[in-house]
Design a protein around this ligand. Structure first.
Ligand code: GKR
Ligand code: MG
Length: 458
């Protein structure tokens, strides 16, 4: 008996892994040129902000991630330094709890008594109730990169193994003013030109397709009167034909009546309708109305549905048939794998949401998508709107070929940071006056001094 337990103890000891001790958290804020894109949140500033995270292990390995940016993000990441430095990269549950403990504090409470994490009234990345999840998500991504590097395996393997080697992305079309982003001496070439009309958007889609080979299209809407946006979709349909799936996303600023009317006019032309109206209840009512009218277009969401707590009500109300998940918001790559399972359980479709980002985020999305069997639609990406000049990874931009990103096969995320490029991103950040995403301020500065975001607006 004692022999056996000795043996057991010996086995346990001999198999014990060594921790991957994180000894340093390095945070680098960067500014990246961004063209004057319009959405219902307002106007993009000449620069978008990101934070680059590096976790150094005691063995000198470095795990990386990319997250939302600006002054507040940086201060939030600083707050968790104490739980990150000294932590074991494998101990993700402990890390999550440590982050949560730091951020427990006043919460905004929604009408139904729950915490409001929706993006109905916030530009993505600015909802204070998201903070712990967003901070943890970035740390988990960097920790998985570190673990992958330590074992010589890709992050997609750590997530259960890839079911696809290439991840399809959609062309993300925006109404846009003239200009390529950046300011002063740093003003960038306007690759796609102004696009404030249906023809302008068709030209933008054609140019993006030529360059990247996209095979599906998403129009950011809620900007022009709905009849013009409907006309834009019809023009895209004429130009690219029924075999190129399309989506339209006004970020919740249509009224119920407008959304019903748009659904009637675009029935049969859309792959899905994304966040046409605000809230889980509003989306559920729209679903019912479309069914009654015989125009049942599937609803997708990344504004009304932003976290696991939304799913029960979403399923009950049939508020969305597709979730646009995002590892940056849902709590990291592992949360996305869990979301995939949940979607499978309820027969819900899954795709991915995106905000302005660089290549580290793009490859992280690709690993997550590669390991998610449930992924049913091409993912969103803002990547075509960013320039090589702003990229921080070695070798420059991640290629998008035939509308897809090939998932890196190297250890971890499979990309590394070019420290010179990163230093330039940081200098750019120091130089520019922007410290948070504020699309309303930009709108007032450049388009209409009295502009205010209304929900609903149309
Ligand atoms: O970049 O203006 C934008 C988008 O509106 C973005 O912030 C949204 O989060 O891409 C997003 C979406 O699908 O809602
Ligand atoms: Mg959306």
């Amino acid at each position: 008996m004692s022999d056996k337990s000795d043996r057991l103890e010996f086995n346990l000891h001999s198999r014990r892994r060594s921790p991957i001790r994180i000894v340093a958290l390095k945070l680098t804020p960067v500014a990246i040129a961004d063209p004057p894109l319009r959405s219902s949140y307002g106007l993009h500033a000449p620069y978008a902000l990101r934070t680059i995270i590096e976790l150094r292990s005691e063995d000198g390995l470095v795990g990386i991630a990319e997250a939302h940016g600006g002054e507040k993000a940086l201060a939030d990441f600083e707050r968790v330094r104490g739980v990150v430095e000294g932590a074991d990269a494998y101990a993700l549950g402990k890390l999550a709890r440590g982050v949560d403990d730091i951020f427990l504090g006043p919460r905004l409470v929604g009408a139904n008594g729950t915490v409001d994490r929706s993006q109905t009234h916030y530009v993505p990345g600015e909802n204070p109730n998201d903070v712990p999840l967003r901070i943890y998500a970035a740390l988990e991504t960097a920790a998985l990169d570190l673990i992958g590097r330590a074992h010589g395996v890709p992050v997609s393997d750590l997530l259960g193994g890839r079911v696809r080697d290439e991840v399809p992305f959609a062309a993300y079309l925006f109404y846009k003013h003239a200009g390529g982003g950046g300011e002063g001496d740093d003003e960038r070439e306007d690759e796609y030109g102004e696009a404030m009309t249906p023809d302008g958007i068709v030209a933008q889609a054609a140019a993006m397709t030529r360059r990247y080979g996209f095979q599906s299209y998403k129009l950011k809407a809620g900007v022009l009167p709905p009849e013009v946006e409907v006309e834009t979709i019809l023009a895209l349909y004429d130009a690219f034909g029924p075999r190129a799936p399309q989506r339209i996303d006004p970020n919740s600023v249509w009224s119920h009546e407008t959304a019903v009317d748009v659904a009637t006019r675009l029935y049969g032309k859309l792959e899905y309708l994304e966040d046409p109206v605000a809230g889980l209840d509003g989306m559920g009512r729209l679903h019912d109305a479309m069914r009654e009218n015989g125009t049942p277009i599937p609803l997708a969401s990344n504004v009304a549905v932003t976290h696991f707590g939304d799913v029960p009500e979403m399923v009950r109300r049939k508020s969305a048939q597709i979730i646009l998940g995002d590892h940056h918001y849902w709590g990291g790559p592992r949360a996305m794998a869990q979301l995939g399972r949940l979607c499978e359980t309820f027969g819900i479709g899954l795709s991915m949401h995106s905000n302005s980002h660089l290549g580290i985020s793009l490859v992280a999305m690709a690993h997550v998508a590669a390991a998610t069997s449930r992924l049913t639609y091409a993912c969103d990406t803002h990547y075509p709107w960013q320039a090589d000049e702003d990229e921080v990874i070695e070798g420059g931009r991640v290629p998008i070929v035939d509308g897809a990103v090939r998932v890196p096969t190297g250890p971890g995320l499979g990309v590394t940071i070019d420290q010179d490029r990163l230093a330039r991103g940081r200098e750019r950040y120091e130089r520019v006056p922007y410290r948070k995403r504020d699309d309303t301020a930009e709108m007032r500065k450049h388009v209409d001094p009295a502009w205010k975001r209304l929900v609903p607006a149309w």
